[in-house]
Design a protein around this ligand. Structure first.
Ligand code: F6P
Length: 362
């Protein structure tokens, strides 16, 4: 084995646009500093298999097509917490020592983990237990990680959701319909709020705010009365609750539950109470799988480069962060603790209200 510094890089949690641009940036910048970069496959899962699943990454693999690609060339997983790993026989097992053994076997000095809050928390616990260096790079379309203005993937998700509204508007207008667009975001309404403003929505529903159907119906009727149009656009974030406070979830393979169904629920209610024709689009994973837009490529590149600078400076247990047009770094622990939902007195909430967009609460 060579005596070069060896850095492991992995993507963890749900994929999003821009992950490959992060990997590329870390490989290009790291190789220039003489580091060896090892890509671990499928998050920490690649360290649980025998043989270990990893590959040495070098700049020759990163012609410019990779940066443009959605997904992650390393693969990822949003299941399989190694502290409580679901085994085939249905029991749970702590598999953390196997992961740590894998990191030692590969002689990795540092792990660069590209993930959301859940992944950061797991990797941090692992780093403490296994005594290895960790640097975090925030990515999530939900944009709910604290202490960073942006996480990789968010801008592209907003772009895709906005484009969906752009495509729904003409067909809504042609048929005098109300179009409901259900977007992702987990418990934070960032995608709905941003895309709703950018896409000219009449109503935006986010989980941070309560709503009444009467308020939405009033808005839809007002459009007819005051704006002389018979169509409307409603954006609803997936974690918005039913009127009785119940959550709408869908069970998936392996007993995994995910949000889903609120778009249809709102569509039905509005159609009945406003006496309009409504159609529902659930945007789903389209928001994650697209090629990254320039903003995400730029953010990803800056984050990957800064992560390598942190390795050089020996500054660990830090997460790179976007702040005031620059990359900074913050303690991973603080970023995880500072969950970022939509603030109700934020500029975007005020902007939406001043534009006359109904947020459901009034
Ligand atoms: O956290 C990212 C996210 O896309 C959420 O917005 C969404 O609720 C969830 O992941 C979907 O997860 P899965 O890919 O497992 O369906």
């Amino acid at each position: 084995m060579s005596n070069k510094k060896r850095i492991g890089i992995l993507t963890s949690g749900g994929d999003c646009a821009g992950l490959n641009a992060v990997i590329r940036a870390a490989v290009l910048a790291g190789t220039r500093k003489g580091y060896e970069i090892i890509g671990i496959e499928d998050g920490t899962a690649g360290l649980l298999d025998d043989p270990l699943r990893y590959r040495k990454l070098d700049p020759s693999m990163f012609d410019t097509t990779v940066m443009r690609m959605g997904g992650t060339i390393l693969g990822t997983t949003n299941k399989g917490n190694p502290f409580k790993f679901l085994m085939p026989d249905g029991t749970y097992k702590d598999r953390t020592e196997e992961i740590i053994a894998g990191i030692k076997k590969l002689e990795l000095d540092t792990i660069i983990g590209i993930g959301g809050d859940g992944s950061m928390a797991i990797l941090r616990r692992l780093a403490k237990q296994g005594d290895f260096n960790l640097i975090g790079i925030p990515k999530t379309i939900d944009n709910d990680l604290g202490l960073t203005e942006k996480s990789v993937g968010f801008d592209t998700a907003v772009y895709v959701a906005t484009e969906a509204l752009d495509r729904l508007q003409p067909t809504a207008a042609s048929h005098d319909r109300v179009m409901v667009l259900e977007v992702m975001g987990r418990d934070a309404g960032h995608i709905a709020l941003s895309a709703g403003i950018a896409g000219g929505a009449d109503v935006i529903l986010i989980p941070e705010l309560g709503y009444s159907i009467e308020n939405i119906v009033k808005k839809i009727k007002d459009i007819r009365k005051n704006e002389n149009r018979n169509f409307g656009l409603i954006v609803v974030s997936e974690a918005v609750k039913k009127l009785d406070g119940g959550e709408l979830m869908v069970e998936h393979h392996g007993g995994e539950y995910r949000y889903g169904g609120i778009g249809n629920y709102i569509g039905e209610q509005v159609s009945k109470m406003a006496d309009v024709e409504a159609r529902v689009t659930v945007l789903g994973h389209v928001q994650r799988g697209s090629a990254p837009i320039p903003d995400d490529r730029i953010l990803a590149s800056a984050f990957g480069v800064h992560a390598i600078e942190l390795v050089e400076q020996g500054k660990f247990d830090r997460m790179v962060s976007w702040s005031d047009r620059n990359v900074i770094d913050v303690p991973i622990e603080d970023a995880i603790a500072a969950y970022q939902e939509v603030e109700l007195d934020s500029t975007l909430v005020k902007t939406a209200r001043s534009l006359g967009i109904c947020l459901g609460d009034e």
